[in-house]
Design a protein around this ligand. Structure first.
Ligand SMILES: C[S@@+](CC[C@H](N)C(=O)[O-])C[C@H]1O[C@@H](n2cnc3c(N)ncnc32)[C@H](O)[C@@H]1O
Length: 200
């Protein structure tokens, strides 16, 4: 399913930040100065660049060397904020406590066996009042069951998010082209949540 990520990065080059990311950033009324984020499955940086632009310190993680190369070589990297890069699988590494965990269209690519631990680690890494922004996939998504991706029923998603105040929660089901030009049935949960307390 993942195929060649280079094709994906080419096809999505120059696209704006995800609206889940923008909504999460907007929730921090003081802006990014002094704040830190991790961007899991950062791709070539559509979200990370916006966080930097807003003054955030960002650890951008992706398993694909081409993503890290492309992000580090972007000509539009702002002079604000601070960017650290890590070429690694997000289910295999740790990151420091952060104000924001952003994972746009990447967490479902974690193998199901590794997802529960990854989610626990993600929640624990959020400072109190920190936010999660990103997507999870539902079981009616075309990739469910065949591709080693992780999918959730709505009730499971609600349980995963039980320690968060939800600022954006949308369930989308649609037939649409993938960035690589294939028709696909999508079942997506778009999420922005604020960690309620240190209960994780
Ligand atoms: C669909 S792309 C999304 C990229 C970017 N976040 C965006 O919104 O355009 C998924 C990205 O996650 C990365 N990825 C997939 N599985 C990963 C894993 N287990 N650990 C780290 N990165 C992973 C891929 O290399 C790819 O860059």
């Amino acid at each position: 399913m993942s195929g060649n990520w280079r094709d994906y990065y080419e096809a999505t080059a120059g696209r704006p930040p995800r609206r889940t990311t923008l909504a999460a950033l907007a929730g921090f009324s003081q802006g990014g100065g002094g704040r830190s984020a991790v961007d899991l499955g950062c791709g070539d940086g559509r979200d990370a660049v916006e966080m930097l632009r807003q003054g955030w310190t960002v650890l951008a993680i992706d398993a694909e060397p081409a993503a890290i190369e492309r992000l580090s070589g972007r000509s539009d990297l702002p002079g604000t904020g601070k960017l650290d890069l890590s070429c690694a699988r997000f289910e295999e590494i740790d990151w420091p406590p952060v104000d924001l965990v952003n994972a746009s269209f990447s967490l479902p690519l974690c193998p199901p066996s590794a997802f529960p631990r990854l989610w626990r680690r993600l929640c624990r890494s959020l400072k109190p009042g920190g936010r999660f922004s990103g997507q999870l996939y539902g079981f009616r998504d075309e990739w469910a069951g065949s591709s080693g991706t992780t999918h959730h029923h709505r009730t499971e998603v609600e349980r995963l998010l039980s320690g968060f105040d939800l600022e954006l929660f949308e369930e989308e089901e649609s037939d649409a082209l993938t960035p690589r030009g294939k028709t696909k049935h999508w079942h997506i949960f778009h999420i922005v949540g604020r960690k309620r307390s240190n209960i994780f």
